[in-house]
Design a protein around this ligand. Sequence first.
Ligand code: ZN
Length: 288
Amino acid sequence: MQKYFLYIILAALVITACATTPVSNRSAFILIPESQEISLGKQSFNQILKKEKESEDVQLNQIVRRVAQRIIAVSDMPKLDWEVKLIESDQKNAFALPGGKIAIYTGILSVAKNEAGLATVMSHEIAHVIARHGAQRMSQQMILQLGMIGAGLSMKNNTQRNIVLSALGAGVLYGITLPFSRSHESEADQIGLIYMAKAGYDPNEALNFWQRFSQVKGGKGPPEWASTHPADATRMQGLRNYLSRAKYNYQNGKVKYGLGQTFNLPQQNKTPDKPKAIPGVSVETLTP
Ligand SMILES: [Zn+2]
């Protein structure tokens, strides 16, 4: 009987819990009040920042801030309490949490190469926030664990904290990987591409960025953005489908930055080891 009741409550929640995403106009299933979602995002962000070191590179921080500001200004939630941090780390990582808390890792800048590449990452992450993908994933997790409905989510409870962090996409840092679903990914790509074009960055660079990204080999260490954001043929095709709309926005925009500034990054890799001689095989060395 109790279970039956729970299903009725659940059905009622499902009916009342639909929100519509901007740009893509998809209906989204969300059980969590926006205030709770924002507060969980803030708490997760503070927890993560305690473990990370912020970059002190003045120029890079400046670029990251201005790319963020330009995209946020044309987004559907310019008034959110956005906060952008550049984290000093070789990890090719980036994430955004509900409430507009964004982190970009210096490691991903080598793949971004220029402002438009960074705008691709940033607008994709901002789109995850605005489409409330974190809240949708938390809602799915709550359905999977019916007991959690009504109790609310708390960062103080270990199990719940892990669910929150993994649902928000920050779990990769803790070894809990729950990739965004294919539909959330393509939605973030779609919304992001439009935002970056409206912000004045050449949307063609998004395709170049994902191509560069697919060439980055996953190294050792904790799973990174690459594991939750595969750059596969489906993603490339999806981006191509939205490119004409994005180009229209770009062409008709007031400002155009093109690719923006190219990053001047400190050399990360030492000179690669010379290939070892194999008896009987002549080795050609390509100098860059
Ligand atoms: Zn994503």
